[in-house]
Design a protein around this ligand. Structure first.
Ligand code: IMP
Ligand code: MG
Length: 335
């Protein structure tokens, strides 16, 4: 068994969907597994030039690969079924390919109503927090118990270890949210209710020894949506928001913008053991022609894209992993 993992090194919305989609195009995976979160996530994917936004369903469906909502996830059945239908209508055979782990948990309508009243955290109001709370309080409901999910339910153990159709298992783990929103490593309580690191992928039923590559995904600037104050003071952030279309894929809220925080990026790359790091949205800073980042309290401004690329690559290789592959990407669909 081998597994590649896609993790977000910032606050979500760094382009994990794009990286997972591109990796599926290049590799022969047998399974794509979403390992955390629920329909709070919004993955924007460009497939053959056409735009899709998914919340629950992993990107394997675009390439004919079995796509599983893993036991680490929480599922809202109506949202899930609607997404299946939308993909089917676009000609993607989602019914045939999508599976839900029997031991994933349900987001109920009660969870949504409760989360809808949140004013402190700035949640996506999708019922995520209450669903995980009930799971850990042992009051939750597992996916297996929902009648409408029956056609999609699988045993994760059987699928990964006892399904004779698969001689070798090659998994792509597609995460949701990001390091800065992780319930343990993020800025608590301004976090989501699940784990967003590589450790979270392992909780879905694979041994640590299966992990091959860990793809850390970042943006060349940062965005955050939620209740805390995050945006920096530079007027150029208005331009970045418009050019980068920095509005939530799930809620449409404007994302707050700031320059990249190198210390957090380094911490996330270390803790996740990244073998690859991709910086997305290079095209946006290229268009505004300004390149800055923070290291600690210091704001550095660079003269060109080449300069910031050299600085970041040098630092990550020196301080995190000298064999790390570092990629700078400015395309919507390709890495
Ligand atoms: P929740 O996950 O809906 O409980 O929201 C908790 C925090 O995580 C809020 O600040 C949300 O805006 C943020 N959040 C949740 N999911 C995402 C996502 O997919 N992208 C970006 N932020 C997210
Ligand atoms: Mg998103």
């Amino acid at each position: 068994m081998i597994a590649d993992v896609v993790v977000d090194l910032q606050y979500g919305d760094c382009g994990k969907g794009k990286i997972a989609h591109a990796l599926c195009r290049e590799n022969k995976y047998t399974h794509v597994i979403r390992y955390n979160g629920g329909c709070n996530a919004g993955h924007t994917i460009y497939h053959n030039g056409e735009k899709f936004v998914t919340h629950h369903i992993p990107c394997g469906v675009f390439f004919g690969v079995v796509s599983i909502i893993g036991p680490g996830c929480v599922v809202h059945v109506d949202t899930f079924l609607k997404e299946i239908q939308q993909l089917e209508e676009a000609g993607i055979p989602a019914k045939k390919l999508v599976r839900v782990a029997s031991n994933a948990h349900l987001i109920t309508d009660f969870h949504r109503v409760e989360d809808g009243k949140d004013e402190n955290i700035g949640t996506t109001k999708r019922g995520n927090g209450p669903a995980y709370r009930d799971k850990y309080a042992r009051k939750g409901v597992r996916a297996l118990q929902d009648k409408r999910l029956q056609p999609y339910i699988i045993s994760m153990y059987h699928e990964l270890y006892e399904n004779e159709e698969h001689k070798e298992i090659r998994i792509l783990f597609e995460g949701a949210q990001g390091f800065g929103l992780d319930v343990d490593w993020g800025d608590y309580p301004y976090v989501t209710s699940s784990h967003c690191t590589v450790g979270s992928a392992l909780l879905n039923g694979v041994p640590a020894s299966a992990i091959r590559d860990v793809w850390g995904v970042a943006k060349i600037y940062e965005t955050y949506v939620g209740a805390k104050s995050f945006e920096g003071t530079d007027e150029i952030f208005e331009d970045i928001r418009e050019l980068g279309q920095e509005y939530g894929a799930t809620t449409g809220r404007p994302r707050q913008i700031n320059w990249l925080d190198f210390d957090m990026l380094k911490m996330a790359a270390r803790i996740n053991g990244c073998t690859k790091v991709v910086f997305n949205k290079m095209d946006i800073l290229d268009a505004i022609n300004k390149w800055c980042l923070y290291e600690g309290p210091n704001l550095y401004e660079f003269k060109s894209q080449d300069d910031i690329e050299m600085w970041l690559s040098g630092k990550l290789e020196l301080e995190v992993n000298e064999d790390m592959e570092i990629i700078f990407s400015g395309d919507k669909e390709y890495i």
